[in-house]
Design a protein around this ligand. Structure first.
Ligand SMILES: [Zn+2]
Length: 177
């Protein structure tokens, strides 16, 4: 399959509401094709993360790819990390509110409060189980992408609809202040 055989799924599509299924060992060849399509679309749309349900695949897969950006100039530049069957295990008590965007919710931003750090158990593409502690922007990306695996998007996480704004307002009025 080609990456463009998959398409970005947007808010309102029921596939964004499903609980994604675990990736099994015998699916690894298909999972690799899905991962390539995820990486393609993440790059094509300039995202810092993507989850398989966002290209219409109900599997527990995500890529996180932090890099410095205008909201988080100190964000670490990391090699894109593919995580299969990720499970958040521990959360920091410290919470942070940040504006998020999403490839599946074009043109809209939302201010979302989440833990600043998360400990994650996941499987890498060789089938190896791994543990990682994510802090700051990579933790933020992980928690956003994990929501896609449980049928949620950032619009479910805002405290109030007042915390939803358009990109135009975000870039012209919020980011500049
Ligand atoms: Zn998203």
């Amino acid at each position: 399959m080609m990456p463009t055989d998959f398409q970005i799924v947007e808010l309102g599509d029921p596939r964004l509401r499903e609980l994604a299924k675990p990736v099994h060992a015998e699916q690894m060849a298909y999972a690799q094709e899905v991962a390539e399509a995820m990486a393609y679309w993440m790059k094509e749309r300039g995202g810092v993360g993507i989850a398989a349900p966002q290209i219409g695949v109900s599997l527990q897969m995500m890529i996180i790819a932090s890099r410095p950006n205008n909201r988080y100039p100190d964000a670490p530049e990391m090699e894109p990390m593919l995580m299969l069957n990720p499970e958040p295990k521990t959360f920091s008590d410290r919470l942070v509110s940040l504006w998020e965007g999403c490839l599946s919710v074009p043109g809209v931003r939302g201010k979302v409060t989440r833990p600043d750090a998360v400990g994650v158990e996941y499987m890498d593409q060789s089938g190896q189980s791994r543990l990682i502690e994510l802090k700051g922007f990579p933790a933020r990306i992980f928690l956003h992408e994990y929501d896609h695996l449980i049928g949620k998007t950032f619009v479910d996480r805002v405290a109030s609809v007042q915390d939803l704004v358009t990109d135009k307002v975000y870039f012209e009025q919020i980011l500049s202040t």
